[in-house]
Ligand binder design. Structure first.
Ligand code: T4K
Length: 374
C-alpha cells in the first residue's frame, strides 16, 4: 500500500535558519527593549508597508485582534454583511464589537461572498460589508465597491489568506477601507502569531495605535477604550528574517501547485478551487472540491482514506460560521438562506501545501487521490 512513513501535515511554518533567529534574539536582548513599538516593530512595519504596497499599515499581535480593532476604529454599528464560509475569527470579530453578522451566500467557483446576493440583505441598520478572500482567491472587489458606494457602506476585507497577492497588478490591501492580513505560523509569511491592517485613511493610524495600546494617548491620558494587541519585538524580529525568504517560498509553492494541478486536473469529480498560478493568488492554500457523484467517494471518505496513508488534510471551513449555536436566532444564518454554502462546506478539502513538501510527495498524494495507488 502506498503510504507516507511520516505524517504529512496540511502546512508547515516557514522557518529561517536558527542561527539568524539566534542573532536576532541576541540583538533584542542587548537592546533591553522587548515590546511597545521597539526597533524591530518599527522596521517590520516599514518593510511590510513597502512589500504589501500599503498606503498605511499598522501591526498587531495577531490577525483576529487586528480585525476586531479595525472594525472598532471604523466605528461600525448595527449589521455587517459577511460570509459564512470562513474561519471563526471573521465573525467573532463582529460579535465582540456588538455587531450583528448578516450572512450572505457564496459563489460556487471562488467560494467568496456572492456579490449578486448582497443587495437584498442591506437595510437601514447595515453599515459595512466584510468579505473574505477565501483561500487567497480574490473577491469581486469592483462589484463590492459599486454596492458599497451606492449604499455608503464601509468595506473591510478579511485578507488573512492574501499576503502579497495582487488584483490586476494592484496590491490586494489597497481595496476597500481596510484589509486585515494574518501572520500566524501557518501562513505564507509568519511572525509566529501576528497580523496587520492596511488602509487608505491616514487619520486612522493614531486611533489604531491607541486602540492596540489600552487607548493610551501619552503618560497621563487615556482617550479610548482599547485593548492590548501589540506585536512584540521577538515576533517582529522573527518576521524580519522570514520576510527575507518569503519570495523563495512563494517560488517553491508555485512549483508544488503546478505539480498538484497536473496530477489532479484530469481526475473526474475533483475540482481545483485555487487554480491561479499568477500573482492574483497568494499561494496560501491548495484546496479541492470533491463531487461524490462523479468521484465515487465523498470528501469525508477521502479525508479518512488520506489520513490512513499519513496525509493530514483539513476540512477548512467546516462547520459553516452560520451554523454556530449562538446564531440560532439570526434569520440570515438559516440553511435555506445559504444553499450554496451549505452544500459546498461538505465538499471542500485543503491538501498539504508548503514549500518543503517536495514534488515527489505531491505526486504520491495525487496518486492516492486519483485512486491509482497500489
Ligand atoms: N480570518 C481568517 C479567514 C482566517 O483563516 C484566520 C486564521 C483569521 C481570520 C485569524 O487570524 P489569526 O488570529 O490566526 O492571525 C489555523 C490557524 O491557527 C489560523 O491562523 C488560520 N486562520 C486557520 C485557517 O488555520 P488550525 O486550527 O487549523 O491550526 P492548527 O494548529 O491545527 O495548525 C494546522 C496545521 O499546521 C497543523 O496540523 C500542523 C501545522 N502546524 C501548525 C502550527 C501552529 C505546524 O506545523 N506548526 C505550527 O506551529 O488554525
Amino acid at each position: 500500500m502506498d503510504c507516507f512513513n511520516e505524517p504529512i501535515q496540511v502546512t508547515r511554518p516557514l522557518l529561517p535558519e536558527i542561527s539568524k533567529i539566534n542573532d536576532k534574539i541576541k540583538e533584542i536582548w542587548d537592546s533591553k527593549w522587548l515590546t511597545n513599538n521597539g526597533k524591530q516593530h518599527i522596521e517590520l512595519q516599514e518593510r511590510l508597508k513597502e512589500y504589501l504596497g500599503a498606503e498605511n499599515l499598522v501591526l498587531f499581535v495577531n490577525g483576529t485582534l487586528a480585525l476586531l480593532l479595525g472594525i472598532k476604529a471604523l466605528g461600525l454599528t448595527g449589521e455587517v454583511i459577511t460570509t459564512p464560509f470562513t474561519f471563526p475569527a471573521t465573525v467573532t470579530a463582529l460579535d465582540w464589537n456588538g455587531l450583528k453578522p448578516v450572512f450572505c451566500d457564496i459563489g460556487k467557483d471562488t467560494l467568496n461572498i456572492d456579490v449578486n446576493k448582497i443587495e437584498p440583505l442591506i437595510n437601514e441598520k447595515t453599515t459595512a460589508i466584510m468579505p473574505v478572500h477565501v483561500f487567497g482567491n480574490p473577491c469581486d472587489v469592483d462589484g463590492i465597491k459599486k454596492i458599497a458606494d451606492k449604499y455608503r457602506l464601509k468595506v473591510i476585507y478579511d485578507g488573512a489568506h492574501s499576503f502579497g497577492s495582487r488584483i490586476e497588478g494592484i496590491p490586494i490591501g489597497r481595496f476597500g477601507d481596510m484589509t486585515m492580513f494574518s501572520f500566524h505560523a501557518t501562513k505564507l509569511f509568519n511572525t509566529v502569531e501576528g497580523g496587520a491592517l492596511s488602509f487608505e485613511d491616514g487619520s486612522l493610524i493614531e486611533k489604531l495605535n491607541m486602540l492596540k495600546n489600552f487607548g493610551i494617548n501619552g503618560p497621563e491620558e487615556v482617550l479610548l477604550s482599547g485593548l492590548n494587541a501589540k506585536m512584540n519585538e521577538v515576533q517582529a524580529g522573527i518576521g524580519l528574517e522570514v520576510l527575507k525568504i518569503v519570495d523563495e517560498e512563494r517560488r517553491r509553492r508555485k512549483m508544488i501547485k503546478e505539480a498538484y494541478i497536473s496530477g489532479l486536473q484530469d481526475v473526474r469529480g475533483i475540482r481545483i478551487i485555487t487554480p491561479s498560478l499568477d500573482d492574483s493568488n497568494s499561494f496560501q492554500y491548495f484546496s479541492i472540491e470533491v463531487d461524490k457523484e462523479l468521484y465515487g467517494r465523498s470528501r469525508d471518505e477521502l479525508f479518512i482514506e488520506l489520513g490512513r496513508r499519513n496525509v493530514f488534510c483539513r476540512k477548512y471551513f467546516y462547520p459553516l460560521c452560520s451554523n454556530f449555536s449562538w446564531y440560532e436566532d439570526n434569520a440570515s444564518a438559516r440553511r435555506e438562506n445559504l444553499p450554496q454554502a451549505n452544500i459546498i462546506v461538505d465538499k471542500v478539502l485543503t491538501l498539504p501545501f508548503y514549500g518543503e513538501l517536495g514534488i515527489d510527495s505531491v505526486d504520491l498524494i495525487c496518486r492516492l487521490i486519483s485512486q491509482k495507488e497500489k
